[in-house]
Design a protein. Structure first.
Length: 446
């Protein structure tokens, strides 16, 4: 039996594919096309070879549709690929993401290196992008004065909003001297500030034709420009370094003109709607002011001095009559109060009250003396009765008739029964006058 884990073929191929795809980033390879096949699915299958080796490749339909040339067997190409493995057959293969003729390879590599370096420096960062004005006062166009791009741009601007003036900054857009001249013109436009938005444009062409827009000096001039700059370079699939550095990219020169120019029909409709709103607002304001004027006129009539004087005079007569009635009523009320207070004062004369209180005090003194005598007599009688009852039940009275109270010593326990003592016990006898201590000689229970 085999030692360790046993892999299935499917698992082995799957893990081998994952290992290959995880170990290699996207890479560029160069070789000659052979065994090119274009099945009905739209995918392409081919081999890339050099003098001593070859490798299978696949380019799927979504990618090969973007190519601007038709590859053929024997053609030398440069491919950007992912390393992979076809699990069903266990074939090692390359997945082609991009394909171009080998003559463009050096330029493409330089393009990628510059793009990566400038991106790291932050020249493409969104934080540095400027906003394009909604309604530019003047548009500047940096392009060839004789190319098709300027004609397309002017045609679009004339159609969309002919009232905006256009200033053309003519530059060559192709050739060895084009890049520094384009950079110098961008700097000049930013310094003069004759425009509030710029278009950098040229028509389509090969990678070599548009290389001036992939130069570092142009990208840095765009980054340093403090006027919003829109690029419209080549066709929709063309991306240049200038596009990444610009504040806004359009797919074509015409598209750039579309992006920065307002639509006059939309503005006409917007202005018409604004005018309608303004007229409606003015009518509403006039209506409100007319109502306010009418209200103020009514108030003015109501507060006319003559009318107010007449009302005040009538009010004065009314107040005078109310004052007379109030004085008469007040006088009668105070006279009535005076009579009432005089009667109450007479009723509460202190001399009369003193005499009454003296008589009442003498009466109370007599009643108190009588009550004290009655209470003393009653208490004396009650005390005598209690004394007689106490004498009747007092043990002293019993002792006075010859009886004695015996108690056993030393506890002084009262004796009621002869069985409470034994011969030899000492007892005490309490008499009416004095005490006797004796010893018990004998006891009899009967």
């Amino acid at each position: 039996m085999p030692q360790g884990e046993v892999y299935s073929i499917s698992r082995l191929n799957q893990e081998a594919r994952q290992l290959l795809e995880g170990s290699f980033p996207l890479i560029w390879v160069e070789g000659e096309i052979s065994n090119l096949a274009r099945p009905a699915s739209g995918h392409w299958y081919l081999s890339l070879k050099d003098e001593s080796a070859q490798v299978r490749c696949a380019m799927f339909r979504g990618r090969n549709r973007l190519l601007r040339f038709t590859p053929e067997n024997g053609m030398q190409v440069l491919a950007r690929v992912r390393v992979s493995l076809y699990e069903a057959r266990g074939d090692y293969q390359l997945i082609i993401e991009h394909l171009e003729e080998a003559g463009h390879g050096a330029l493409r590599r330089a393009y990628e290196l510059l793009k990566e370096r400038l991106a790291v420096e932050g020249l493409f960062a969104e934080a540095h992008k400027l906003s394009v004005p909604t309604l530019p006062e003047r548009i500047g166009v940096i392009t060839s004065a004789t190319g098709a791009a300027i004609r397309d741009i002017l045609s679009v601007l004339q159609r969309r909003f002919p009232a905006i003036p256009v200033l053309i900054y003519p530059v060559p857009v192709q050739g060895a001297q084009a890049a520094p001249l384009i950079a110098r013109m961008i700097t000049l436009a930013a310094t003069r500030r004759d425009c509030d938005v710029l278009i950098l444009a040229r028509g389509g062409g090969t990678l070599e034709d548009m290389w001036a827009f992939n130069e570092e000096c142009v990208a840095r001039a765009i980054f340093d420009c403090d006027i919003p700059l829109v690029t419209g370079i080549g066709h929709e699939i063309d991306f240049t370094i200038a596009d990444f550095a610009a504040d806004l990219r359009a797919p074509t020169p015409s598209g750039a003109a579309e992006l920065i120019s307002p639509d006059r029909e939309e503005w006409r409709q917007s202005l018409a709607a604004a005018a309608n709103r303004l007229r409606a607002s003015i009518r509403q304001q006039l209506s409100q002011e007319n109502r306010r004027l009418s209200w103020l006129r009514t108030r003015l009539q109501q507060q006319h001095p003559g009318q107010r004087l007449q009302q005040r005079s009538q009010r004065l007569d009314e107040l005078e009559q109310r004052l007379g009635r109030a004085l008469d009523n007040g006088l009668r009320h105070h006279q009535s109060l005076l009579r009432e207070y005089r009667a109450r004062l007479q009723h509460y004369n202190p001399l009369q009250g003193i005499a009454q209180e003296q008589a009442h005090s003498h009466q109370l003194r007599q009643r108190l003396k009588q009550a004290i005598r009655q209470r003393l007599d009653l208490s004396t009688q009650r005390l005598q009765g209690l004394c007689r009852a106490l004498d009747a039940i007092s043990p002293l009275a019993t002792l006075g008739r010859g009886y004695a109270i015996l108690s056993r010593l030393p506890e002084h326990e009262l004796l009621h029964d002869a069985r409470q003592v034994q011969p030899g016990d000492r007892v005490e006898a309490r008499l009416a006058q004095g005490r006797i201590v004796a010893d018990v000689i004998e006891t009899h229970r009967k």
